[in-house]
Design a protein around this ligand. Structure first.
Ligand SMILES: Cc1ncc(COP(=O)(O)O)c(C=O)c1O
Length: 350
């Protein structure tokens, strides 16, 4: 603490990201990273872009917005890009969510959302998930300015179908509906096709998970032009160049490598199903996940104990010490070897 702090700094409860320890031989299943390297075309594009380091990057990242627009069937003016989807979410809280009526989001979801509310003074209400950790649309029929859903949800992995998002949009035409699709590429349905018909829909995605580029920091949002303009106004009042020239080049190459994308996500989805079967055979309750992680608990063991005992064997999973989910472990789907190591360790422990 210091007498130089602005008053708001005293009130902040910052987000705590998953650990990134440097330990040899660690089986790291705690931050939902992709276990495989990104497309080799990304590395080539980044290497070629190093000749441009002397210059400022394109502040609009036009090349990237164009390939995303072409890939998802929207106009480049309907695409916003940022330094990871976290930065886009931050701009969105400031640009679109500071209203009198509260923002609604589930009681169990991405724990950065309440942090942004604190930073930007956004009023919010948490809407409990049902006992099966599902979003019940009827619970959102209450006064609000906006609804924010991660789909699939984190840390549960449970997804809503496209039709449910459409129902939500139809029931709430005057609320902004934001869908955080960080994990959508692992088998869930994206709501991007609904953007053309709904001016209250904003989708946020990331290249961190399905495209194995968490270290490059690239995310994007898709929505009608007026929503994108709001994000651009905030961005241009904050940082003209959130994406450096290496990130733009790498992200363009990644979006263009459809074959790599399809192969890598299929492999992770297959590993997820095998891991879910392995956990169920050991007596875990495993929530149905369409993400690159599983959320599971064992009726005979406390979540914190299991996480600590795995850690002692150099296996890191994520445990949240929060009501309703303190007995769950969130386990990132690793490569085939990592998944086998986890199952072997748990076989000894449960
Ligand atoms: C639901 C959700 N949204 C957004 C993000 C942020 O991703 P990034 O900033 O790497 O794009 C994460 C990261 O774990 C997440 O779980």
């Amino acid at each position: 603490m210091s007498r130089f702090w602005s008053p708001i700094v005293h009130t902040l409860t910052p987000y705590v990201p998953g650990e990134q320890p440097r330990v040899d031989g660690l089986v790291k299943l705690n931050t939902n990273e992709n276990p495989y390297p990104p497309s080799p075309r990304v590395l080539e594009a980044i290497s070629a872009a190093t000749t441009r380091l002397r210059l400022y990057p394109d502040p609009r990242a036009t090349a990237l917005r164009e390939v995303i627009a072409a890939r998802y069937g929207v106009a480049p003016e309907e695409v916003f890009v940022g330094n990871g989807s976290d930065e886009i979410l931050a701009h969105m809280f400031q640009a679109l969510l500071q209203h009198e009526a509260p923002l609604l989001f589930p009681d169990i979801t991405y724990s950065f959302y309440p942090v942004y509310c604190g930073l930007y003074g956004v009023r919010y209400q948490e809407v409990p998930l049902d006992d099966a950790m599902r979003v019940q649309l009827a619970d959102y029929r209450r006064p609000a300015s906006a609804i924010l859903l991660a789909n699939p949800n984190a840390p549960t992995g449970v997804a809503l179908p496209h039709a449910a998002i459409e129902t939500l949009l139809r029931e709430h035409p005057d609320k902004l509906v934001v869908v955080d699709e960080a994990y959508v590429d692992f088998g869930a349905e994206s709501a991007i096709p609904l953007v053309a018909r709904h001016d209250n829909l904003l989708i946020v995605q990331t290249l961190s998970k399905s495209r194995a580029l968490a270290g490059l920091r690239v995310g994007f949002a898709i929505g009608q032009r007026a929503l994108v303009e709001a994000l651009e106004r905030v961005k241009d009042s904050f940082n003209s160049y959130p994406l450096d020239c290496l990130a733009i080049a790498g992200a363009v190459a990644s979006i263009q490598d459809e074959a790599w994308f399809e192969e890598s996500r299929a492999r992770i989805m297959a590993s997820r199903e095998a891991l879910a079967r392995g956990l169920a055979e050991l007596g875990f309750d495993v929530l149905p996940s369409l993400a690159n992680f599983l959320f599971a608990r064992h009726p005979g063991h406390k979540g914190a104990d299991l996480a600590a005992r795995l850690r002692a064997r150099k296996i890191l999973v994520r445990h949240f010490n929060k009501p309703r989910i303190q007995d769950y472990l969130r386990i990132t789907v690793g490569d085939e070897t990592q998944c086998s190591q986890l199952i072997a360790a748990l076989r000894d422990l449960v």
